[in-house]
Design a protein around this ligand. Structure first.
Ligand SMILES: *[C@@H]1O[C@H](CO)[C@@H](O)[C@H](O)[C@H]1NC(C)=O
Ligand SMILES: *[C@@H]1O[C@H](CO)[C@@H](O)[C@H](O)[C@H]1NC(C)=O
Length: 294
């Protein structure tokens, strides 16, 4: 099944329907028109979000989405990566992997974490991709002095047209039985377009709403694609977007659509504090339990 070649206006995002596997045969890089990232320096925030049950066979084979490390124990991704179209899935499904350019390598730099909490936007709509944003809490923080995995700063302002940015990812769902190919991180340099241009009739025709932007040339050829979803869209070392969806990939007139991190900064802050108050509560309960024993 080659989803990218379907001519219908099927949105390319990958949804994990309760662990139902969508298999992609195609291992070619799915960042369209991009380049192989040669050093991790600018991509230490890049996360590979994986289906934990699929990781047992081959390390890297469970890759489903990208993500960005935004705190030592928090990953920002797209809601559709952790939602089955009906509800958010259990955190137990997911694993977050960081620290390496190669999806399949596990070495001393590789950070592997379980996801212990999924906080997805309550008003995420799978049909329109409105509010396609989610926060994941990891079971343990990444060490602060880790050489190749570090959080990225969030944009405080909404995305502005004309800025040059980079979108990155491994860009394929790695559900193949024998997915052992070397898979290096890819990135593409693209520019944020004005909402007016995104929403022209011959382009996205009004479907790029508040909280979203489109980026990439209208001539096509440079884009994110399947499996890049949830991943970072960074401009000068600041996270400005989350890869969300599009019509196929790299098609003329259809630049990819991203969630605007600056627009969602209050939601992100609230979700963040919900996560930390949760862990504070757990600590408090633990302390009370210990005190009651003595
Ligand atoms: C990226 O690297 C792979 C494997 O080394 C190579 O096959 C591919 O042509 C490279 N792609 C680009 C765009 O440089
Ligand atoms: C992409 O942008 C980065 C940062 O501006 C620059 O260093 C790099 O040379 C660009 N790469 C390509 C292939 O355009």
């Amino acid at each position: 099944m080659n989803l990218y070649r379907e001519r219908s206006l099927i949105i390319f995002i990958i949804i994990v329907f309760c662990g139902t596997l969508i298999s992609a045969q195609n291992l070619t890089p799915k960042i369209i028109g991009g380049f192989n990232v040669s050093t991790i320096d600018d991509f230490k925030h890049q996360v590979s979000l994986r289906d934990a049950s699929h990781e047992s066979s081959t390390f890297g084979s469970g890759h489903i989405c990208g993500g960005s490390l935004i705190n030592y124990d928090t990953v920002l991704t797209a809601a559709h990566c952790v939602h089955d179209g009906d509800r958010y899935l259990s955190p137990a499904y997911y694993m977050a992997v960081m620290g390496n350019l190669d999806l399949f390598v596990r070495d001393s730099n590789t950070v592997v974490r379980r996801v212990i909490k999924v906080i997805g936007h309550r008003k995420y709509d799978p049909d329109s991709f409105i509010n396609d944003i989610a926060l994941l809490k990891l079971n343990a923080p990444v060490p602060k002095d880790h050489p190749t995995a570090q959080p990225i700063r969030l944009s405080k302002t909404e995305a502005r047209p004309g800025i040059n940015c980079q979108s990155s990812g491994w860009g394929s769902i790695q559900y193949e039985e024998n997915a052992r190919a070397v898979r290096g991180l890819m990135a593409v340099n693209i520019t944020i377009n004005s909402k007016y241009d995104c929403n022209r009739r011959e382009s996205h025709a009004g479907s790029v709403i508040r909280g979203q932007f489109c980026a990439g040339p209208f001539s096509g050829g440079k884009d994110t694609c399947q499996g890049d979803s949830g991943g970072p869209f960074a401009c000068n070392g600041v996270l400005v977007g989350i890869t969300s969806h599009g019509y196929e990939c790299g098609l003329p007139n259809y630049p990819g659509i991203y969630m605007d991190v600056g627009y969602y900064r209050d939601w992100i802050a609230a979700a963040n504090s919900a996560i930390s108050s949760l862990s504070n509560l757990i600590v408090l309960i633990a302390i009370l339990l210990i005190l009651s024993i003595f």
